[in-house]
Design a protein around this ligand. Structure first.
Ligand code: AMP
Ligand code: MG
Length: 340
């Protein structure tokens, strides 16, 4: 029942998420529910939805940490079950991103997520001592890869929820292109991926959701070409207790949900896996560290949306981003990469 309600809500929101420049450039849409979210596909030439859905079902069977029969859950249960090449790639990349983000990204927080009730959807605020003792069992540094196997102490459990959708969007894009698709948009919840070029030659228009009113948007990106645009934010999943908001993104240093001046972080990158991992990591880092990371990393652009309604965009997308002018409360400024 919960899934059905989520489906209906996400469907309404997600259809508002993809915008098209004109009726003539409008393709045809397909939607289904996978990976705990609504998948929206818009095709401009060939309908590749059957192939995309088949692939998504296969990927769900690999990475859904809440499904006992998934490859990841089986590995979490015994630490010896075999892992596919795709899963090993995802874990290897995740370890590297944990290292470069100084641990802001950490795929070993499943026991902490469970403690806060984010996996089962039954939320509770745990005692500080409980968080501390569970956190001791987490940490990406406890993982290593040896001859194609993941080595970790038995209490270490993996959750690929912060990267799986981004990587899935990359794999679907590759599959559709192989299948002859020339132009489409893939949307897996907050993960968007454009493929090819629209037949009418117009730019892609991707709206960035307003965290305060998810039926609206703070601005739109207009661009040509293939990109991943991934958003992480406290508005996507949270619960409230005693007037405080607790979101699903965990600070690996404290084991507590991130409490931030940021409402959302959107990362724009050619690689969906990276875009997904970075958006989660930057949300954990908060503004200043996110900007330092941007200045020292050349392969992405970003949009930071704050609780107070201000929006900061990185210089590489400044000419492509248009603030929603139906708001008069939003303010916009640009972050320069400069010379690190
Ligand atoms: P995303 O929506 O991509 O930002 O990913 C959030 C999901 O990743 C959560 O629902 C958790 O399953 C997991 N997660 C939470 N905190 C972290 C973190 N600091 N690093 C990596 N994964 C996390
Ligand atoms: Mg992510």
């Amino acid at each position: 029942m919960k899934k059905i309600i989520q489906y209906i809500i996400f469907f309404i929101i997600a259809t508002l998420f993809l915008t098209s420049c004109s009726a003539t450039s409008h393709g045809f849409d397909k939607s289904f529910y996978r990976f705990g979210t609504v998948v929206n596909l818009r095709f401009y030439d060939k309908d590749g939805s059957a192939a995309a859905d088949r692939l998504l079902q296969d990927l769900e069977l690999l990475w859904d940490a809440t499904a006992p029969e998934s490859e990841l859950s089986k590995w979490n249960a015994d630490h010896t079950s075999p892992l596919s090449e795709k899963t090993l790639h995802l874990i290897q990349q995740s370890i590297e991103i944990s290292q470069i983000t100084n641990g802001a990204f950490d795929m070993t927080l499943l026991p902490i997520s469970r403690l806060w009730g984010f996996q089962e959807g039954v939320h509770a605020v745990p005692k500080n001592e409980t968080v501390e003792s569970v956190l001791e069992k987490c940490g990406y540094e406890k993982l290593s890869i040896k001859e194609g196997s993941i080595i970790a102490p038995e209490e270490v459990l993996l959750d690929l929820g912060a990267v799986a959708k981004g990587y899935a969007a990359d794999l679907i894009a590759d599959e559709l292109k192989k299948d002859g698709c020339k132009a489409c948009v893939i949307s897996l919840g907050g993960n968007i991926r454009t493929v090819g070029r629209k037949p009418d030659g117009s730019k892609w228009s991707i709206a960035i959701r307003d965290p305060k009113d998810t039926a609206s948007y703070v601005g739109t990106l207009h661009f040509y070409g293939e990109r991943s645009i991934v958003t992480s934010g406290s508005y996507q999943q949270f619960f409230e207790d005693n007037g405080r908001k607790y979101c699903h993104i965990i600070d690996p240093k404290t084991g507590f949900p991130v409490l931030s001046e940021l409402s959302s972080v959107t990362v724009i990158c050619s690689d969906g896996l990276k875009a997904d991992a970075y958006s989660t990591a930057l949300f954990v880092m908060g503004r200043d560290k996110a900007i330092d990371f941007y200045k020292n990393t050349s392969d992405f652009e970003m949009i930071l949306v704050y609780e107070d309604g201000s929006v900061e965009i990185s210089e590489g997308i400044a000419s492509e981003f248009q603030l929603n002018d139906s708001y008069d409360t939003l303010t916009l400024s640009t972050i320069e990469r400069g010379n690190p």
